[in-house]
Design a binder for this molecule. Sequence first.
Ligand code: ADP
Ligand code: ASP
Ligand code: MG
Length: 420
Amino acid sequence: MDQPTVVMKFGGTSVADAERIKRAARRIVAQRERGKRVVAVLSARGHTTDELIQAAEEVSPNPDPREMDMLLSTGERISCALCAMAINDLGHRAISLTGSQAGIVTDTSHTKARILDVRADRIREALDDDMIVLVAGFQGVSTSRDVTTLGRGGSDTTAVAVAAALGAEVCEIYTDVSGVFSADPRIVPDARKLPLVSFEEMLEMAASGAKVLQLRSVEYARTHGVRIHCRSSFEEAPGTFVIGEEETMEHPLITAVTHSTEEARITLTNVPDRPGAAASIFNALAEAGCNVDTIIQNEPKSDGASAELSFTIPSEDLRSAESALAPVLEAHGMRIGTDQQIGKVSIVGAGMRSHPGVAAKVFQTLAEQEINIEMISTSPIKISCIIRAQRVPDAVRALHAAFGLAASDVREEFPGQDAR
Ligand code: ADP
Ligand code: ASP
Ligand code: MG
């Protein structure tokens, strides 16, 4: 194999209209003309996936997951076919492939399938034949031969998995921001672009809501040693490289503030205070494929009394969680309450591991904004607070300022050095 391979992934905004598809095509062709073998992974255009979900809900209150995947997977196919046409017009040969044709094999969990294997022979053959290959993101074929999709943001994971299978030199994620920032630049305009971020921090950031990279894509890249370069599809400048912990030179105390308003809280009351109660609840949720995040159990005040248990889950899992819990509630005589108005704000930083006082500063900062903290969860490099959804932007801005994460703050602190 003489020529190096590059995987280029373009997100929904980057292929939203004809002009942008042609722009992506030109960028893909430019890489080819630099002597690379190019595989491009594309997302559905603009809001296509949201519109398809809405179309399903208009015909069915609880759409069948298999049919949902047949529907959702079409968005990415459209982008790839259009882009292949544009590349052909630029004088290069391109072929578009569905996830199934590209050999993306997944498990059978519809709408949130996991990639098990990438059988990339067909991609390799096309590359050997001097073609540019376009792979439809976000989809695969299950071990029982059905079309599956990989969960929201799943095209990132397709790109990383294809890059791993082909031994690509880099997996470039082209998006509508110029890299990974110290906070969502839509909420914090003076957020700082991070030239480098470690896998460890990027995993925590993705898990706590920084949707610029899908969590699974970061996990996959870490396990398979894929180099990710997250960058703008509208400008040339380099973006953010996600690198191994051993490659990072420094560990700033706090790297980023992240947020999410896409979670819901379930509160169970009348939970029997005996061994096995929590196990039966969380087993039911696990079987339904619901990812539980923050959990709090309030101890009963007296012996034999019942306990109260609260936990958060992705909003999209709320319906399946409620139906999974129904038989358990009935068996134990528990009651259920739900709250969809919650939000989560988190700070992430490898340096906090060895610094006391970070949690105190988070709580103080939120208190000064009169933001009430309803739940707290931590990892060695992350502190998350559940608050009211409507206060999330204020909380993000206050924490970003309190920890001095703005581009201007960093330059003042380390005069003469470039940002980071
Ligand atoms: P794509 O369609 O290209 O996959 P996404 O919408 O999935 O793009 O992800 C990019 C978006 O992620 C940005 O527009 C930005 O608003 C959001 N985002 C949230 N947190 C961050 C962050 N820390 N750094 C960069 N972008 C972020
Ligand atoms: N089109 C899918 C989504 O909107 C997958 C992706 O864009 O990565 O979630
Ligand atoms: Mg995305």
